[in-house]
Ligand binder design. Structure first.
Ligand code: NAD
Ligand code: ZN
Ligand code: ZN
Length: 380
């Protein structure tokens, strides 16, 4: 096979030309990686609700044409100047939020909000030169979350790449690159439910179910799944949910229903819906004195969180997290090892698979609430 190093690669991408319109498989040109960048061949990608929000662009900044996708697994094709820790052939997960390893956040044990590479949903270009690495007939196509995995090859900053065990099956561990780590980490790293505690999880998609799984792994004994889609409830039992509440079935606000079930409130809650009212409920359903609520869902651009200040004075804590507080380069290889050691099951998050040519169906599955994760095979 002729080497592609230093060359422009022509390959297929699923391009979003307009908000809410089906993606179109196009031939794109992918420029070689520049300083501190990595070009990787994507083998598998999946769809997360964050892709759908920005594609719909109803409550988010529209940036088009754009290549979406941020949950994926692949192999390094070539590296740019200054990249020493990755080499062609390495198995990697691209991550939507990065770790430069040098800034105060990267040096802090408490933060993964890297100054240089933290999630930026509106930027459509690379940091190095403010340009896109993708083009069609000379016209730029924009990046999404610095990952753009709905393309056979993509260019990512080295700080947004986790090098993983080459024996790990990429068609499974790709879900660690966003959804599973986000939810699992939100529970184990941020909510930290004590043994025997009660936890409410709002939104039982892959992120919420990973949070339930994390709550169970932490020793929570009651895990209350909250969703407006009751078809989620049966599957959620496999992720540790012990009880269910459908807010639509109650006259009272769901926080009051939960308080009634738990003698005043749950010990912890994790919100994984993106709906601001669910965020407020998730906060108001935790017990006073010690309850902690963790927000994970990506809200509408203009959303405002409204609650009475007394809810805080009564000693409740509200937190939020990106990527479950994991640092992508330092922490994610060991999350992959959890799967390899059978401490973390991934198969149950994967409900569908599709060839790349049918990627639009994955959007339908998610919008209809039928899928958790749909794995898209880039060779199909
Ligand atoms: N913070 C982060 O780092 C991060 C990372 C990944 C995803 N996310 C966000 O997490 C959320 C979940 O992502 P996903 O891929 O699991 O999505 P998903 O669509 O698969 O699941 C969301 C679930 O929430 C339910 N839901 C919606 N509104 C609700 C409400 N008002 N009350 C109760 N349930 C409700 C839906 O029925 C669905 O089952 C999204 O907002 C996504 O953007 C955040
Ligand atoms: Zn995601
Ligand atoms: Zn940093």
């Amino acid at each position: 096979m002729a080497s592609t190093v230093g060359q422009v690669i022509k390959c297929r991408a699923a391009v979003a030309w307009e908000a809410g319109k089906p993606l179109v498989i196009e031939e794109v040109e992918v420029a070689p990686p520049q300083a501190m960048e990595v070009r990787m061949k994507i083998l598998y990608t999946s769809l997360c609700h964050t892709d759908v929000y920005f594609w719909e662009a109803k409550g988010q900044t529209p940036v088009f044409p754009r290549i979406f996708g941020h949950e994926a697994g692949g192999i390094v094709e070539s590296v740019g100047e200054g990249v020493t820790e990755l080499a062609p052939g390495d198995h990697v997960l691209p991550i939507f939020t990065g770790e430069c390893k040098e800034c105060p956040h990267c040096k802090s044990e408490e933060s993964n909000m890297c100054d240089l590479l933290r999630i930026n949903t509106d930027r459509g270009v690379m940091i190095h030169d403010g340009k896109s690495r993708f083009s069609i007939k000379g016209k730029p196509v924009y990046h999404f979350l610095g990952t753009s995995t709905f393309c056979e090859y993509t260019v990512v900053h080295v700080g947004c790449v986790a090098k993983i065990n080459p024996l790990a099956p990429l068609d499974k561990v790709c879900v660690i690159s966003c959804g599973v780590s986000t939810g699992y980490g939100a529970a184990v790293n941020v909510a930290k439910p004590p043994k025997g505690s009660s936890v409410a999880v709002f939104g039982l998609g892959a992120v919420g179910l990973a949070a339930a799984e994390g709550a169970r792994a932490s020793g929570a004994s009651r895990i209350i799944g909250v969703d407006v889609n009751p078809s989620r409830f049966e599957a959620a039992k496999k992720f540790g949910c012990t009880e269910f509440v459908n807010p639509l079935e109650h006259e009272k606000p769901v926080q009051e229903v939960i308080a009634g079930m738990t003698n005043g409130g749950v010990d912890r809650s994790v919100e994984c819906t993106g709906n601001v009212n669910a965020m407020i409920s998730a906060f108001e359903c935790v017990h006073d004195g010690w309850g902690v609520a963790v927000l994970v869902g990506v809200p509408h651009k203009e959303a405002e969180f409204k609650t009475h200040p007394l809810n805080f004075l009564n000693e409740r804590t509200l937190k939020g997290t990106f990527y479950g507080n994991y640092k992508p380069r330092s922490d994610i290889p060991s999350v992959v090892e959890k799967y390899m050691n059978k401490e973390l099951e991934l198969e149950k998050f994967i409900t569908h698979s599709l060839p790349f040519s049918e990627i639009n169906k994955a959007f339908d599955y998610m919008l209809k609430g039928e899928s958790l994760r749909c794995i898209i095979h880039m060779d199909g």
